[in-house]
Design a protein around this ligand. Sequence first.
Ligand code: HEC
Ligand code: HEC
Ligand code: HEC
Ligand code: HEC
Ligand code: HEC
Ligand code: HEC
Length: 422
Amino acid sequence: MNIPSKKLQKSLVAFLAFVLALATPNISNAADAGNGQKVFKANCTSCHAIGRKVVGPDLMDVTKRVPSTDWMFSWIKNNAAVLKTGDKYATQVFNDNGKQAMTVFDGTLTDDQIKDVIAYLAVAKPDAGPVATAATGTETGAPENKHKGQFVWVIVIIIATLFIIVTVLRTVRKSLQAVVDEKTGEKTQVGNGTTVWQDIGIWIRNHKSRFAVTVIFFIALSSVYSWEYLWGIDVTPGYHPSQPINFMHKVHAGDNAIACIYCHSGAEKGKVAGIPTLNVCMNCHKGIQGSTPEYQKEIAKVYYAAGWDPSKGDYTNPPHPVQWNRVHSLPDFAYFNHSQHVVVGKVECEKCHGDVKTFTTDQQFAPLTMGWCINCHRETPVQMEGNGYYAKLHEAIKQKFGDDKKVTEADMGGLECGKCHY
Ligand code: HEC
Ligand code: HEC
Ligand code: HEC
Ligand code: HEC
Ligand code: HEC
Ligand code: HEC
């Protein structure tokens, strides 16, 4: 009887462990308000906020006013289905909000995610809404400066360490020399009561050619650096001034795939690409208030600048024109024309401005030096096809250079001083 009872004990333990294992995931399945907040931010903030109405109603304390948690679950999962049943509360909310349709989330959100959102909404606090604030610059340059600061410190520490090592070694050498001198009875010059400078002088006298080579090396090195430095004066690729509104090309030209020309319409028409006026922004931003608190804060600056009052839906406030900080700037004596490059040369914006679609702060990509212009004119073949105005000219050039030679902009006169300098 002993053995079977042990077996029984064992299977009991195993059974208990099994039950526990089953129960544990249930515990972690309990609705998670933290995750709910993420789901809310990703799916609901385009229409809802806590503490104010956006497209849909204010969801502050919504869990207290809806008929039940089950109702809310079915509503978020498929509000259209709930409305179809003729549910009284649902119909009322629908009518109170101008009969606008809410997104159906059946298939997009899992049941657990919906439970998490409900848990979040039960405790959610008001977020910062779009407040019309005066435009302030942002500290875009800060992180890089911090890295530079760290870099300087690393160098200082390395130099200090080397200095300490040299001093220690000198002391060790001196005492060793003293021991040797005592044994041999001689008096050596180096390291015996002499200063560092005297030691260096002695070393130079004994190693004249090595010293000369070192000096020449350092002169060459510093000439190269000064040369590069002088060429780099006023050459500022990577320049990214902070802007009064943190306008992100990534959000507009990248995520929302708005064509460059929609905003910079001048680039196809003439010399200057141009910065869009606030009217262009307001074409979209009358409706788009931003899906995250950061976006809302920045878009509120657009409203402030345009004099738009989002609560009244009209331009009733005084306008405050935006003063964008210019990123690119050629000197006045150089002539650059956008349409010549964009339309005639069919050069893509990205060639000269970098991958603007990914920029969160606008920055200068190319060096904008004369050498940069000239190099591209030397390398870029001229677009011969489909160019009515230039067709004849190109034909003549083809005859001059032969069909197989790559005709570059340089062959077209793109290196003549007068083309770029008035
Ligand atoms: C496309 C806009 C839109 C999106 C996205 C949206 N809603 Fe709604 N929501 C509405 C509108 C509009 C109403 C008002 C009822 C109606 O007109 O259909 C509403 C109503 C509600 C209500 C009932 C409010 C009340 O006062 O009882 C809840 C709860 C709700 N939404 C939760 C959510 C949650 C949670 C999400 C994200 C998972 C979400 N909504 C996403 C537009 C939206
Ligand atoms: C929604 C409108 C919009 C779109 C679309 C857009 N931009 Fe811009 N762009 C702006 C605004 C506003 C500025 C000025 C603010 C700034 O510099 O960040 C600007 C600035 C620039 C500048 C710097 C101007 C200067 O000061 O020297 C360049 C270059 C530029 N855009 C290129 C592009 C390219 C290339 C694309 C397409 C990939 C593009 N932009 C798409 C609105 C737009
Ligand atoms: C063709 C439509 C369109 C135009 C024109 C447009 N925007 Fe936007 N903008 C959007 C969309 C879409 C978003 C993203 C909203 C979101 O995800 O919540 C956005 C987001 C923003 C944001 C928040 C994100 C960021 O970039 O910091 C700012 C600020 C902004 N726009 C400013 C401007 C300004 C200034 C102009 C005019 C130069 C402009 N927008 C023109 C569609 C547009
Ligand atoms: C061949 C090189 C090149 C190409 C291609 C090019 N740009 Fe430029 N872009 C420049 C240079 C150079 C400047 C500085 C002009 C100045 O300071 O006079 C500039 C300046 C700008 C500016 C700010 C000053 C202004 O002219 O308004 C904007 C905005 C701009 N470019 C947008 C664009 C867009 C959008 C495209 C594509 C449709 C484009 N660029 C294509 C070289 C180029
Ligand atoms: C990415 C290559 C590229 C860069 C960079 C570039 N260009 Fe050009 N440029 C071209 C091409 C291609 C043409 C030829 C257009 C055509 O087919 O007529 C051209 C044509 C020109 C012309 C007309 C020449 C003529 O024969 O009438 C001028 C002027 C000019 N560029 C000035 C500049 C200046 C100034 C810069 C520098 C600030 C510059 N370009 C930078 C590619 C470039
Ligand atoms: C393709 C256009 C282009 C051609 C051709 C061109 N330049 Fe330039 N040049 C420029 C640009 C752009 C700058 C401004 C560069 C800067 O700001 O760093 C410049 C600057 C200069 C400067 C000022 C010094 C400097 O580097 O900033 C001198 C001098 C000059 N050019 C002389 C000439 C002479 C002489 C020729 C004829 C042999 C010539 N350029 C042909 C575009 C051109």
